[in-house]
Ligand binder design. Structure first.
Ligand SMILES: [Zn+2]
Length: 66
C-alpha cells in the first residue's frame, strides 16, 4: 500500500479511499496547512504596500527644497 507523509504533522497517511484528506492525515491538518499558506500570502503584500507608500511620501519631501 502506498503511503505519504502528512505535510502538516508528518504522520503516515495511506494513499487510498480510506484517506479522504490525503496527502493530509485529517481535515484539521489540511485546514492548518491552508491557513498558514493564506496567512503568509495575505500578510506580506500588505506590509510591502504600506512600506512603499510610506517611503513614497518621505521621498516627496524633496518638494520642500523648491
Ligand atoms: Zn497530519
Amino acid at each position: 500500500m502506498k503511503q505519504v507523509l502528512c505535510p502538516t504533522c508528518g504522520k503516515r497517511v495511506a494513499w487510498d479511499q480510506d484517506s479522504p484528506w490525503r496527502p493530509f492525515c485529517s481535515e484539521r491538518c489540511k485546514l492548518i496547512d491552508l491557513g498558514e499558506w493564506f496567512g503568509e500570502n495575505r500578510r506580506l503584500p500588505v506590509e510591502e504596500t504600506e512600506l512603499a507608500e510610506t517611503e513614497g511620501w518621505n521621498g516627496q519631501g524633496g518638494e520642500d527644497q523648491e
